[in-house]
Design a protein around this ligand. Structure first.
Ligand code: SF4
Length: 109
């Protein structure tokens, strides 16, 4: 908790977690970064490998646990974001993977 009096509904210093796009707990109630589509920034390896077929250097891409919204707003890469952090106001729910052959709820029966 911060040094000052905590006000209900107002973010505190404890809600400012490294790598998050905004204060923790300012998003939908009960949602976490693990359910947000912005967690999992795709990055490219800095070291490239020469591809003979393409005749160019190619870089491997990999998924991190960093927040893509943080990168968009701050212009730099943030710290890894834990999946149990309470969601921030930029939360956007990640689409859940459906089993092959199953229908989306909007497709109806
Ligand atoms: S809720 Fe989403 S946008 Fe906000 S910090 Fe977590 S991953 Fe980033």
């Amino acid at each position: 908790m911060g040094i000052m009096t905590r006000l209900e509904g107002v973010p505190d210093a404890d809600d400012a977690l490294p790598g998050m796009a905004y204060f923790a707990g300012t998003g939908p109630y009960g949602k976490t970064c693990g359910e947000c589509k912005f967690r999992g920034l795709i990055r490219e390896s800095s070291k490239g490998i020469w591809n003979e077929n393409l005749q160019q250097i190619v870089h491997k891409s990999y998924r991190t646990t960093q927040c893509a919204m943080f990168k968009k707003l701050a212009g730099c890469h943030g710290s890894p974001v834990k999946k149990d952090y309470r969601a921030c106001k930029y939360f956007d729910e990640r689409e859940k993977k459906r089993a092959p052959g199953s229908r989306a709820p909007s497709e109806g029966a």
